[in-house]
Write a protein that binds this ligand. Sequence first.
Ligand code: G1P
Length: 286
Amino acid sequence: MVKIAVLPVAGLGTRFLPASKAIPKEMLPIIDKPLIQYAVEEAINIGVDEIIFITSPEKYSIKKHFDKNINFEDRLKNSGKIEMIKKLNPEIFSGIKFHYIDQKEQKGLGHAILHAEELVGENTFAVLLPDDLFFSAESCLDQLLNSHQETNSSVIAVNKVSKEDVHKYGVISPGVIKNKSIQIEDIVEKPSLDDAPSDIAVCGRYIFKPTIFKFLKTTKFDKSGEIQLTDAIKALLEEEEVYARMYEGEKYDCGSKKGFVHATIALALKDKSISKDIKKIIKEII
Ligand code: G1P
């Protein structure tokens, strides 16, 4: 059972300035839902009931978003807009414990996750990078959970990327494949094309056994002054088997403008209330 999820969200989101000046980039909407809510729902849907945000005081609106808003709810009731209450205070959030930990210095993804150590304790936990938006019948985290249950090991979501893109990701060297789980032989953070062990890249979902913390604590800062999660996984490989799961479904990198717009168009075309009109608009523009 995976009951805890960690979401690192302290980053500045400079690629989305000026939009991210007053609004955290994770709160920017894809259609009518903030990006971060897609990841939170994905976690809750596999049975997670504790969400740990590694965040910064600037991003107080994230907390506001996940807190129940009773005043607003009363106003909706008084004006007869009962059906909107489901959107305001979704049922799915009740009973979920949300934690907010401030990451005072930005020293990389590994550094961010280390902040959750005390709350996670001895539990297996999920990590979701909300920039990556996944859309599939069986969620990305669900697919990872299957592999975790099969292997009883830490599992990382991966997908194939084009050669030009390998330098943007953690890249694995694949070993033996058991069902859909690929044993990881090695992993490198953002290699050059020449050094890349494959074209199989890490995407933003992980399930970790708590042993990862031991390696996060001993991982040295890289050249850019960051503690890389990938380096900790590489060290973990010396002691334990770690698996990758080839994600089956659509994935949008909403950390880039291109991916964000792509996700917006793709989800708009799936949204029955607007899809017809959007198709028409796209045709007209083209
Ligand atoms: C992080 C990880 C990288 C992974 C990527 C997935 O990089 O360090 O290994 O492939 O997320 O989105 P970032 O995108 O934060 O630079």
